[in-house]
Design a protein around this ligand. Structure first.
Ligand code: NAD
Ligand code: TYD
Length: 349
């Protein structure tokens, strides 16, 4: 990946193919694009795993600018056809297995979707006419930090979990397609997101859901691990900025400048819900648990003028309100398979 900035005209997408658009960030991104443009079309390719949910898009399902295509990202030829038929001019690649704990108990699916699936989508991009390709990456590829320091785009990749290893592999493939075939690629690496429509396997919605039902809040280890939290809409605006203004072949870190220990986040959720702290239960730590993530986002700030607009306090309040106002959505996603997952992951922990 190059390290110098070159001037480039803004890219103006006409038809964006989003993979994984029925998931948490993808659905927020589709809503963001449709709300912030008049005539851009969005095609959502998603195979609807346990994490994919069309209820996340119910409010825009009838929008004439939007089309849902149920496909697995490994179905290369079929997705090339979708691109050709619809005049797709860029791909924003979200689809992934995204949960660290699941990658520890079952890494195989992470390799298939995150590595093989990314290769497939890169082949789609080439075959459909060298489409602009934005890889939605994670800061977890950099590994872990101690008490001090920040991840920059120059930090060497040092993934620790099967999830982050699969995402690092995907980033390398994306970069290689840029270098080898001249595909116009971009990589973003973002910190932890929170906000509406997040599946309650991730910490923030899991804690909100448990607190809502007065169930124990399972904090791993001592609760002193640190994450840099970013409200999902700010992540969407950053991706949209990079897609249009980013420099081909470049990596952009995205962060909220909002470091919190897990226990601070859990306490804030309890305070907001007016619940007692005795719901907090310290449980066995995650194997290989990264201690701290923190992002230096100065490149996207200075080169592209992006910065987060929502503070952690406001974002968390909005998020909790959203979950409280959408009990039907939450009740649907925590029924059935989720209960089995929860029991297997947390029973006896
Ligand atoms: P998610 O788990 O909520 O959604 C993933 C979506 O991908 C689902 O709709 C699922 O059905 C779909 N999908 C999975 N496998 C597929 C396949 N083989 N074919 C087609 N669709 C498939 O994930 P998320 O939290 O929205 O994350 C989206 C992306 O952002 C991921 O690439 C993730 O690595 C990255 N990311 C997430 C965070 C975060 O905090 N959640 C932070 C930084 C980067
Ligand atoms: P998570 O939301 O899974 O995101 P990631 O592991 O990708 O950062 O977890 C965020 C932090 O919260 C992480 O340090 C692990 C911790 N955690 C808990 O303490 N308890 C839980 O039940 C979960 C899911 C996470």
């Amino acid at each position: 990946m190059q390290d110098t900035l070159m001037n480039k005209d803004e890219f103006s997408p006409k038809c964006v193919l989003v993979t994984g658009g029925a998931g948490f960030i993808g659905s927020n991104f589709i809503r963001y694009v449709l709300a912030n443009s008049d005539d851009i079309r969005v095609i959502n390719v998603d195979c609807l795993t346990y994490a994919g949910n069309l209820e996340n898009l119910a409010d825009i399902a009838e929008d004439k600018r939007y089309l849902f295509v149920k496909r697995d990202i490994c179905e290369t030829d079929e997705i090339i056809e979708v691109c050709r038929e619809n005049g797709v001019d860029c791909i924003v690649h979200f689809a992934a297995e995204s949960h660290v704990d699941r990658s520890i108990t079952g890494p195989g699916e992470f390799i298939r979707t995150n590595v093989q699936g990314t290769l497939s989508m890169l082949q789609v991009a080439r075959a459909a006419g060298d489409l602009r390709f934005l890889q939605v990456g994670t800061d977890e590829v950099y590994g872990t930090l101690g008490e001090t320091g920040l991840f920059t785009e120059q930090t060497p990749l040092d993934p620790h979990s099967p999830y982050s290893a699969s995402k690092a592999s995907a980033d390398h493939l994306v970069s290689a397609f840029g270098t080898t075939y001249g595909l116009p690629v971009l990589i973003t690496r973002c910190s932890n997101n929170y906000g509406p429509y997040q599946f309650p396997e991730k910490m923030v919605p899991l804690m909100i859901n448990n607190a809502r039902h007065d169930k124990p809040l399972p904090v791993y280890g001592k609760g002193d691990n640190v994450r840099d939290w970013l409200y999902v809409e700010d992540h969407c605006s950053a991706i949209w900025t990079v897609l249009r203004n980013g420099e081909d072949g470049r990596v952009y870190n995205i962060g909220g400048n909002s470091e919190k220990q897990n226990i601070e986040v859990v306490r804030a959720i309890l305070r907001h819900l007016d619940k007692k702290e005795d719901l907090i239960t310290y449980v066995k730590d995650r194997p290989g648990h990264d201690f701290r993530y923190a992002i230096d986002a100065s490149r996207i700030h200075t080169e592209l003028g992006w910065e987060p607009s929502i503070s952690f306090e406001d974002g968390l309040a909005k998020t909790i309100e959203w979950y409280l106002n959408n009990p039907t959505w939450l009740d649907h996603v925590v029924s059935g398979a989720y209960q089995k997952y929860y029991n297997e992951m947390y029973a006896g922990r």
